[in-house]
Ligand binder design. Structure first.
Ligand code: G4P
Length: 524
């Protein structure tokens, strides 16, 4: 029992949120280097550029050189077991990306110092902020000229609405980048020097022993800015970090492996171990002995050679053991968990044991659905429902060959269950409409129906729409028009697809009695 608790408390499970090109792949690779999970730098990167073709998950990944799927990596550092859940880095991302954030206990936000807060970072940040999880910020690419650090900080606070506390501060930037002044560890870390790289500071925040860096104007400027932060900045507060109200900010350069270790060590010190989660029978204690977890992602045919389907489960309490029996709360059915895989760097390895905080992949033959709860103890309960995210793009879809209808419907149902796209039907004519958060999902869908179900489809783009669910069981079909199309989701709930903001407002003015909502309210 004590051992199990120690194991659970040693878990740190997080995802990296960023806009494409901010340096997520590079930072992940460097973190894995410290943990010794990969043998050489470049492995993760190579996969991205398509050189890593042997067991590539999908043809489309190779074709486009992007990561379509989220993967899970685990490494160990200073007796802490770190799980990183990857989020697709392309500008088109899916509900999967959002949902991955439901399975983590904290997030690392990477910002490109030259670009500041970008669109995708903002979207992902909002989902993390909705959950109130701790967010740690890494401002990257200090070896290049970027925006002034004070400006980046105020943008962070204004755009994201979160307080910040710089744990360290850059000394110069670009060609003048000399290192970081580490407020938290009271030391200066020098960039690219052969001599000892960490210079201790005294109580007044000055170097204990004089060093030539003191002559440099960028160092003097950094000292002035730090004084400003000491006087006017937010105070450091662990509670505020825990509640996701204050983000510790780190500066560095992932590519140059500078500031990364300091970041990792400080992150691991403050990042929370698995927390309790709400369920139909109250908060489930991660330290409890009974196994429980929920499925946040289902991935079909990850490896074409295997033709399998993997359900990713986040363990929330207790311990997973291969071959154990659990109850699928939705159906009450008993299931023996005999085939499981965990994703350690590039290799799939079989997992025999895993505890709360870990993510495992379960071999699935169509048993699981996204959001399913699995419980090992006598009490059966369900975890809080995962939020549904509002799709923004829509296409009408039909099978090219009428004789392939059966395969078409089967493929459609299975892929929709994975949750990366949402299925709707027109209210009157039952035509299929797909909705997604990003355009790429349609391409992936088309590609997979062809390759996995041998069905060619026709997709007629409908463009971007504003989807709003109707809070009523009945809707007058006459309200459906070109600008406000009435459809049903796969649970037969009515949804209007509005052409634009204007159409939505016009509709609301004309029909004040109809209450509209979004599955996950945008809190901004
Ligand atoms: P992503 O996963 O967030 O999309 O970003 P990724 O790590 O692939 O990094 C995007 C680009 O930024 C890469 O360059 C990478 O080398 C570069 N980069 C990452 N960290 C740093 C840094 O600290 N400093 C500098 N100067 N560059 C950094 P690329 O040219 O797109 O790829 P490559 O040709 O270098 O592989």
């Amino acid at each position: 029992m004590k051992k199990l608790q120690e194991e659970v408390l040693s878990r740190r499970t997080f995802a990296i949120i960023s806009h494409p090109d901010a340096g997520k792949t590079t930072l992940t690779e460097k973190l894995l280097l410290f943990g010794g999970a990969i043998r050489e730098a470049g492995t993760v990167k190579a996969k991205k550029t398509g050189k890593y073709a042997t067991s590539d998950w999908m043809e489309i990944e190779k074709q486009r050189g992007i990561s379509v799927t989220s993967s899970v990596l685990q490494f160990e550092y200073n007796d802490i077991k770190v799980n990183i859940l990857d989020t697709p880095g392309h500008q088109d991302f899916s509900e999967d990306t959002y949902r991955t954030l439901m399975a983590v206990d904290s997030a690392v936000m990477i910002i490109d110092a030259a670009k500041g807060i970008e669109e995708q970072t903002l979207k992902l940040f909002k989902v993390c902020s909705m959950r109130g999880i701790p967010i740690f910020t890494f401002i990257n690419k200090l070896d290049r000229q970027g925006r002034p650090p004070l400006e980046l900080l105020s943008e962070l606070e204004e755009v994201l609405g979160i307080q910040s506390y710089p744990m360290n501060w850059p000394i110069g930037m670009g060609q003048d980048f000399m290192g970081i002044y580490d407020r938290y560890h009271s030391r200066v870390e020098l960039f690219k020097t052969k001599e000892y790289t960490k210079l201790p500071l005294n109580e007044d925040g000055q170097l204990q022993e004089s060093h030539e860096i003191e002559e440099s104007p960028v160092y003097q400027q950094a000292l002035e800015e730090i004084e400003l932060l000491n006087e006017a900045g937010n105070p450091f507060s662990k509670e505020a970090i825990d509640q996701g109200q204050l983000t510790p900010v780190f500066f560095g350069s992932a590519l140059n492996l500078f500031g990364v270790q300091t970041f990792l060590e400080t992150y691991l010190q403050f990042a929370p171990p698995p927390k309790g989660r709400n369920s139909t029978s109250g908060v489930v204690d991660p330290l409890s002995q009974d196994f429980s977890g929920f499925i946040f992602k289902i991935q079909a045919n990850m490896n074409p050679a295997h033709r399998d389907r993997i359900a990713f489960i986040r363990i929330c309490s207790g311990q997973f053991e291969r071959g154990m029996s659990v109850t699928l709360a939705r159906t009450g059915k008993n299931i023996k968990l005999s085939q499981s895989t965990q994703f350690l760097a590039d290799d799939r390895t079989t997992v025999n044991e895993a505890v709360a905080g870990d993510i495992i992949g379960l071999y699935d033959t169509g048993t699981y659905q996204i959001g399913d709860t699995l419980v090992g103890g006598k009490n059966t309960f369900e975890f809080e429902r995962l939020p549904q995210f509002t799709p923004e793009l829509f296409v009408k879809v039909t099978a090219k060959n009428a004789l392939k209808q059966k395969h078409f419907h089967k493929g459609m149902q299975q892929l929709v269950q994975e949750g990366a796209i949402q299925l709707f039907k027109t209210a009157r004519t039952d035509e299929y409409i797909l909705g997604a958060v990003g355009q790429l999902q349609f391409e992936v869908f088309e590609h997979r129906l062809k390759n996995e179900y041998n069905v060619d489809i026709l997709m007629e783009p409908m463009g971007s729409k504003i989807a709003r669910w109707v809070d009523a069981d009945k809707v007058d079909e006459k309200l459906s028009s070109q600008r406000s199309m009435l459809v049903k989701d796969r649970y037969s709930r009515f949804v209007f697809l509005f052409e634009n903001d204007f159409a939505l407002r016009w509709f609301q003015e004309k029909n004040p009695a109809i209450s509209l909502y979004q599955p996950m309210e945008d809190r901004s």
